[in-house]
Design a protein around this ligand. Structure first.
Ligand SMILES: [Zn+2]
Length: 279
């Protein structure tokens, strides 16, 4: 009898132990999703932060997002773009942007206009690669080797005609795309003009706006005109507003020439130097 009782107690203890181990396993597995146990990025918070109108957020995560410090290929809100949207093999966009582009592309197709994405999301590291190649002279800028420009502010100003400093590009956000070609000459051909005119007339119907219109009274500062660059504004306008609240010139670091950001007032002059209609 005593032996029987002992073995029953043993079974009970064994049973409880299994339940306990099971509960601990659940906590370990799911804890990461809530940012607890592993300290990994919280998927739920990423969803919360970066949807318009939702203010539940972790400031550090929003800052990292706005500065492109994440991998779009593993971010839960990004989708890979492929055919028919682009012939690129490693292009990622916010799902909302890709869906809107798909609708716009179909409508354009019915009007005999072919649209294709030639550049999508570029994160901080990718932009740093572009910036530093130009900074070091490895990549010529408008035919010039910029390593010969000794004035660092001037060197940055030349790159900024067409390229963003890492951490300040709208391409970080998953909302911005370059369409068909990034060569100004393409948009001067009859075909390029036809494509541009279609986008200018119909882009807004699908949520797209051209941030880098010709410089002038409406847009006195910023990058040169880019007829190829279009933003999905239902998201990008939210990110621009958050950018103004959270990002400072001091945060722009970890790339060659970062110290010129303040004297060039890169945030007001370039991040904000956009077509007011895209705000
Ligand atoms: Zn662009």
């Amino acid at each position: 009898m005593k032996l029987l009782q002992l073995s029953r107690t043993g079974n009970l203890i064994l049973g409880f132990s299994f339940i306990l181990i099971f509960l601990v396993l659940i906590m370990v597995c799911c804890g990461g999703r809530h940012g607890g146990v592993s300290g990994q990025t919280s998927v739920d918070q990423e969803h919360a932060v970066l949807l318009p109108g939702d203010d539940r957020h972790d400031t550090a995560q929003v800052i990292a997002y706005l500065m492109g410090k994440f991998n779009p290929a593993t971010h839960p809100l990004f989708q890979k773009a492929g055919k028919p949207h682009t012939s690129l093999t490693d292009a990622w966009l916010r799902a909302e942007t890709l869906q809107a582009f798909g609708k716009m592309q179909k409508a354009a197709g019915k009007d005999g206009i072919t649209l294709s994405i030639v550049s999508a999301t570029r994160n901080f590291d990718t932009q740093k690669g572009i910036w530093e190649a130009k900074w070091s002279g490895k990549r010529l800028v408008e035919g010039k080797d910029l390593s010969l420009v000794t004035d660092r502010v001037e060197r940055a100003r030349i790159i900024l005609r067409y390229s963003s400093m890492p951490g300040t590009s709208r391409h970080h956000w998953g909302t911005d795309i370059d369409i068909n070609s990034v060569e100004p000459s393409y948009f001067k051909t009859p075909l390029g003009k036809k494509v541009y005119n279609w986008l200018a007339a119909h882009g807004a119907t699908y949520g797209f706006c051209q941030p880098y219109t010709p410089k002038g009274e409406k847009r006195p500062t910023g990058y040169e005109e880019e007829p190829w660059h279009w933003s999905y504004t239902p998201l990008s306008s939210v990110f621009l507003e958050k950018y103004s609240q959270l990002i400072t010139h001091q945060m722009l670091s970890d790339f060659e020439g970062h110290e010129t950001a303040d004297s060039l007032q890169v945030i007001p002059n370039y991040v904000y130097g956009i077509n007011p209609a895209c705000r």
